[in-house]
Design a protein around this ligand. Structure first.
Ligand code: HEC
Length: 132
């Protein structure tokens, strides 16, 4: 009797574990190689216009410092990682570019709103300045 209860509990716990795993895996944001390996032609630019563009287009959700505390953040269901965190900035410029301008679900697509390649890369450069 005792053992069968234990077995039921273990099976339920294992179920939750796999559900959580499945969620983590399915939530992975895969960036196509084409983007991942893209070179940032403005990597050495000292133009800080990216800061202004970030403030206009991104801070409403991500917050001024990228903490995810913008005024629209409370209405979002998808958690945002801190843009200045090591995990986020460990990505290539191309990965940041893809996530920022192609987006997915609650992370909007900005291809139309920010249609200049230079502006896009300057925003990527600005995100690098958020490093902690
Ligand atoms: C409407 C709210 C909103 C706006 C505006 C917004 N974002 Fe996001 N952003 C999100 C959400 C939500 C996520 C998490 C998406 C996910 O993980 O599926 C996200 C994720 C990201 C990521 C991925 C970070 C990681 O975890 O690797 C980057 C990079 C990013 N945003 C950059 C930007 C930039 C740059 C702008 C402005 C051009 C911007 N975002 C504007 C909501 C927003």
């Amino acid at each position: 009797m005792k053992n069968s209860k234990l077995l039921v509990i273990s099976v339920i716990l294992a179920g939750f574990f796999f559900m959580a795993m499945g969620h983590t895996i399915s939530n992975e944001w895969i960036v196509p190689d084409k983007y991942k390996n893209m070179k940032n032609p403005y990597a050495d630019s000292d133009d800080d216009y990216g800061a202004e563009l970030y403030e206009i287009h991104c801070a409403s959700c991500h917050g001024d410092e990228g903490y995810g505390d913008g005024k629209k953040a409370d209405n979002l269901e998808t958690p945002m990682r801190e843009l200045g965190s090591e995990e986020v900035l460990a990505q290539t410029d191309g990965e940041l570019y893809y996530k920022s301008f192609i987006g997915r679900d609650e992370m909007p697509n900005f291809e139309k709103k920010i249609d200049s390649e230079e502006d896009r890369w300057l925003i990527v450069n600005f995100m690098r300045t958020l490093a902690e």
